[in-house]
Design a protein around this ligand. Structure first.
Ligand SMILES: *Cc1c(COP(=O)(O)O)cnc(C)c1O
Length: 411
């Protein structure tokens, strides 16, 4: 295992993130809401400003220098993403607005052609609403059923129960790589192997995983992998759908409009090739360029060291949490990414969130877009502290000192 970052290295990285250096409610900001969105390094902000200052133009419309530059940067960003997740070809990278739109695209397009009455879509009980609702919507239209894969009380997928659910009517298995609510790291390689054995396709929701360690879609052998730029230190409004080429080629377009056509006439329209077939309308050009800048930035860092630092932060925070009287950690899977969810007996998560904010500490409270999961844990919500590589042990000390004060206030 790689060595975690030193204090000095973390300070150097923090200097790249201007937003972290501010006071909130009279305290230095402690940003522990990275599972909701990550902060942007100066390199990403600069790339956006540079693009709008020098290159802004519409893409693929040729005919002038700015459009050529914008197109070149936009397509080069697609190559950056393909390399980043080890996709075999840039045509397998479809730009979307984010994870949610990527899943809706697959559910609507692939689902319409491949789901029939009696077919099943398995989704884990850990899923974000965006990996449940699009499947329910297409199931409603096609007569397929959405069936939850059970999760035990630590937040771990029950693999035996999963395998027992698999049969030839299962056409799709959709699971997250890392749970946003609990931090559970799912055994995606094994899930994909088992699903493929019955001929099902697999979509992996990588919204959380992508920021924490290198992802290799070919080694993983998934059929679809989706994530959002804003959780990878890039801008909001841009996301990625990676798909197996043969599947993407067979799938009908998701939306109609400009960019996605080859020829249009009132007697019929022919569609553009991949990836443009799925990219109707003017895309988020600046967003794609900003996301590529985020990837370039990450590639300057030792990602194994970043991951080791995040693991160390999680271990440190978990140990402190277990020492707080009345605090219950929600999400105790063996294999976890940097998310600490908890409740404190006799208090409401939203009160804790508000009182932490008063001390400059940003966490998320509520159901984390995972209501079925919260129901299983018998709580309407949790307090969630989620860490990134720019967080420090000192910030975790601040969190627990603040929680001590809050407990005295509330209990
Ligand atoms: C954030 C998140 C989503 C939704 O991402 P959007 O950027 O809101 O589209 C889906 N799944 C997981 C696991 C997430 O963390």
């Amino acid at each position: 295992m790689s060595q975690p970052l030193t204090t000095l290295e973390v300070e150097k990285i923090r200097a790249d993130f201007p937003i972290l250096h501010q006071q909130v409610n009279g305290y230095p900001l402690v940003y522990l809401d990275n599972a909701a969105t990550t902060q942007k390094p100066q390199a990403v902000i600069d790339a956006l400003v540079y693009y709008y200052t020098h290159d802004n133009s519409n893409v693929h419309r040729g005919a002038h220098a700015l459009s050529d530059r914008a197109t070149a940067k936009f397509e080069s960003a697609r190559k950056s993403v393909a390399d980043f997740i080890n996709a075999a070809h840039t045509q397998q990278i479809i730009w979307t607005r984010g994870t949610t739109e990527s899943i809706n695209l697959v559910a609507a397009s692939w689902g319409a052609d491949n789901l029939q009455t009696g077919d099943k879509v398995l989704v884990s009980a850990l899923e974000h609403h965006s990996d449940i609702v699009p499947w329910q919507m297409i199931a409603e239209k096609t007569g397929a059923r959405v069936i939850p894969i059970p999760v035990d009380n630590s937040g771990t997928i029950e693999m035996e129960a999963f395998v027992a659910l698999l049969d030839s009517r299962v056409k799709m298995v959709a699971v997250n790589h890392v749970s946003n609510a609990l931090g559970t790291i799912n055994p995606v390689a094994e899930i994909i192997k088992q699903a493929h054995a019955v001929g099902a396709k697999v979509l992996i929701d990588g919204a959380q995983a992508i920021a924490h360690w290198p992802v290799d879609v070919q080694a993983m052998n998934c059929d679809f992998y989706v994530f959002s730029g804003h959780k990878l230190f890039g801008p909001t409004g841009i996301g990625v759908l990676y798909g197996r080429r043969k599947l993407l080629e067979q799938m009908p377009p998701y939306q109609g409009g400009g960019e996605m056509i080859e020829t249009v006439s009132f007697s019929g329209t022919t569609f553009n090739q991949l990836p443009y077939k799925f990219e109707a309308g003017t895309p988020d050009i600046a967003g794609a360029i900003g996301l590529a800048a985020a990837i370039d930035y990450l590639n300057t860092l030792d990602r194994a060291a970043l991951a080791a630092h995040e693991d160390a932060l999680l271990a440190y925070a978990t140990k402190k949490a277990l020492a707080v009287p009345g605090l219950k950690v929600i999400g105790t899977a063996k294999s976890k990414a940097a998310v600490l969810g908890f409740v404190i007996e006799g208090t409401h998560p939203s009160d804790i969130g508000m009182l932490l904010d008063q001390q400059g500490i940003a966490v998320r409270t509520g159901h984390h877009c995972a209501q079925p999961l919260m129901q299983q844990f018998g709580t309407p919500g949790t307090v969630r502290a989620s860490f990134s590589f720019y967080n420090t042990f000192e910030e975790i000390d601040r969190l627990f000192a603040a929680l001590d004060k809050i407990r005295q206030l509330l209990l």
